[in-house]
Design a protein around this ligand. Structure first.
Ligand code: NAD
Length: 359
């Protein structure tokens, strides 16, 4: 076998979209040995954790994984398996291309944006303090000695760390992506006018990195609120966007909305050593086991994965096959039909079969 790849089915409707993806990738003819490993709420009782060590070890060994979505357990130990996985493997860049496909219902046409979201720090670093606990009261008292701004004693607190190192590597990732994929411009998104130190450092570091690409790739910056309005009004003015974690999360969904929704938005979490490919959407538990949801986002994440492992021809064929099935509009899931209760909608696995026929 040419490649060994870790396959994580996930939970909720994850296993269905993941399996649909695996069969499409196999049908491209690329020789892959799949190493199936578990993660998610369904395996918590068996392994005592939603993210077993064996799963992490497999990704570290194979360097590449594809996963179905995983539900965030509410009120139990781990905050989010997805966030933990990104932290554990230092998958610092979240890549989310948002491209229009003919046949997907959307108010917009010809969208072609790429979101690069920082994945390891910012308000998602997980440094939080619950209101009225001893630690939080201590922190508030300590901060009162360091900074004249008063924090109400009944506050909960989240810390927003943004470092030079993490910003530098994610901005560099965005520029390198732009160079390799013939993109023209990188826009850094921030709120440096208000958060002068954290977002200020993000912007200042982005400007430094941009200088190295002067003459090759254009650079500009936008304040995040203005960016939201601009993306809704003039998305064609933008190309590659690079953002801190929280803004990246929100703008990814905004851009998924521009191309017709989460069902068609692929993604990847990439570090220097490993990469994990997954859709932007979650596990939609209400559709679990119904063979109903759209497999496109995970299949397109699979195409990104094929490109990442150097199988460019197969990646192109897979993407074209997905585009052809969507354009035809016949063998597609309910969400891609003109009306959601259209009786001609097909199931997840039938849509995958139609994609395979077009390969
Ligand atoms: P979700 O993306 O799972 O679903 C929201 C709605 O979007 C669904 O009810 C459905 O109507 C639609 N939808 C999503 N994917 C679709 C698809 N492939 N085809 C058709 N329709 C689709 O978001 P949620 O309900 O907020 O999250 C459910 C769980 O997933 C939560 O526990 C959340 O934390 C988790 N989550 C996981 C990931 C991940 O694994 N990377 C990402 C986001 C959310």
């Amino acid at each position: 076998m040419k490649h060994t790849i870790t396959f994580i089915p996930g939970d909720g409707m994850g296993p269905e979209v993941a399996e649909a993806t695996r069969k499409c990738i196999d049908a491209t003819g690329v020789k892959i040995k799949w190493e199936t490993r578990q993660a998610g709420v369904d395996v918590m009782d068996k392994y005592g954790t939603p993210l077993p060590e064996k799963t992490i070890a497999s990704i570290k060994k194979n360097k590449v994984a594809i996963k179905g979505p995983i539900t965030t357990p509410i009120g139990k130990g781990i905050r989010s398996v997805n966030v933990l996985l990104r932290h554990t493997l230092d998958l610092y860049a979240c890549l989310r291309p948002c491209k229009s496909y003919e046949g997907v219902k959307s108010k917009y046409k010809n969208i072609d944006l790429v979101i690069v979201r920082e994945n390891t720090e910012d308000l998602y670093a997980g440094v939080e303090f619950k209101e009225k606990t001893k630690e939080t009261m201590e922190l508030i008292e300590h901060m009162a000695r360091l900074n004249p701004k008063k924090i109400s004693p009944d506050s909960a607190i989240s810390i927003k760390p943004i470092s030079e190192k993490a910003t530098e590597r994610v901005v560099k990732f965005a520029f390198e992506y732009a160079v390799k994929n013939n993109r023209k411009k990188v826009t850094a998104v921030h709120k440096a006018n208000i958060m002068k130190f954290t977002d200020g450092l993000f912007l200042e570091t982005a400007r430094k990195v941009a200088k190295k690409y002067d003459g090759k790739i254009k650079f500009e910056d936008r304040i995040v609120d203005n960016m939201c309005m601009q993306l809704v009004q003039k998305p064609e003015n933008y190309d590659v966007l690079v953002l801190p974690n929280l803004y990246g999360d929100i703008i990814s969904d905004l851009c998924a909305g521009l191309i017709g929704g989460l069902g068609v938005a692929p993604g990847a979490n990439i570090g220097d050593d490993c990469a994990v490919f997954e859709a932007t959407h979650g596990s939609a538990p209400k559709y679990k086991g119904m063979n109903k949801v759209n497999p496109t986002a995970v299949i397109l994440s699979g195409a990104l994965m094929l490109r990442y492992i150097g199988e460019n021809d197969a990646a192109g064929r897979l993407e074209n096959a997905v585009a052809a099935v969507i354009k035809e509009g016949k063998d597609v899931t309910y969400d891609l039909k003109p009306h959601r209760d259209d009786p001609s909608a097909v199931g997840t696995s039938q849509m995958a079969d139609a994609i395979i026929k077009k390969l």
